[in-house]
Design a protein around this ligand. Sequence first.
Ligand code: XUL
Ligand code: CO
Length: 437
Amino acid sequence: MSYFDQVSKVTYEGRESNNPYAFKFYNPEEKIGGKTMEDILRYGVAYWHTFTGDGSDPFGAGTAKRPWDHLTGMDQAKARVEAAFEFFEKIDAPFFCFHDIDIAPEGTTMRETNKNLDEITAMIQSYMKTSKTKLLWNTANNFTNPRFTHGAGTSSHADVYAIAAAKIKKGLEIGKELGAENYVFWGGREGYETLLNTNMKLELDNLARLYHMAIDYAREIGFDAQFLIEPKPKEPTTHQYDFDVATATSFLYQYGLQDHFKFNIEANHATLAGHSFEHELRTARESGMLGSVDANQGDLLLGWDTDEFPTDLYATTLAMYEILKNGGLGRGGLNFDAKVRRGSFETDDLFHAHIAGMDAFAVGLKVAQKMIDDKFFESIVDKRYETFTTGIGEKIVSGKTSLKELEAHALDIDNVDLQSGQLEKIKARMNQYLLSV
Ligand code: XUL
Ligand code: CO
């Protein structure tokens, strides 16, 4: 049975192609800086948006028309697996990602839920034997079920904490079973609505204890995936503890977790935190903690997490600049944590959306590689800080000076030779680069 008859296989046809089911810029085999695009970009399909989501939003019911709509329960879950692997093959996806409840329905008890998960995991595993698509990461959904209303690892109720822990344990086992490269923790409910009913210290201590237990259990079962924290400042909670990369870094160091985690950085979460996407990537990169990316984009006119497919070439280029400077994403990848708009309810739209996102990051990659090869921006940066390479600047950088010596240096300065930051020249050059591929 075929779920997506309209498409045979999406391939690269080049920028002049009029075929809506072809890549215009993403050429998996093309080498950029010595590596293939496929190996650098490591695209992932998000199971929840593409196969489980129905297009509903807080104001209206689902709109999506899917060939598995007539089914329910486990039959529907199985149809989704069949459809997913057909889609992965047709869109040429190297990876996919899922939450536990995306792939299998919850039962009335955890025992029943785990039985459903085991059955679908076995089915996925057998599909993976003949598919090139690997698991970039999986995670436990510890936010949808009403029992997580006061949090999961930061719940005010110990039983809920235990349920969250049990779901993570199962997630780690499934990740090992399917050979996941990473395991993600996104704390959608790990935060608070008001401090007046919140024991923040206990909640954060408990969250750290949960992470330590997860590290221990992964070690115990021999699951060597990279653990990733996905920061987000708010939504659904008013304040989320993993607010942004800097906040979560300080949490990791405070609790001795820093060697066990990297970050999964989502574009729309960065902007919700009042940062640019590239700011979050840079912050993680500078501390060696850039692990993976949830590739999407928000809408500047809306104040929430719209999870749109990325099409903004400026943003994808600046993101790829950080990723290339990081030496790539290692075991991470670019997971399209993105959903088609509610009005884009046909299965065709799933293909158009992924093609748009894959092409947008392919352009970003090509432009960023040129920017790096030319060293145009790097030389601007080098020149801007050159006073730190000699004399007193060199002493500052090597930690070989003191306030006394700096005062002696400063007292006789009569004129500081400041240079322009050349912001407009830089932005104009960036536009030239963008138009050059
Ligand atoms: C929610 C979000 C999640 C995580 C995984 O904003 O991004 O889908 O990526 O739980
Ligand atoms: Co995400």
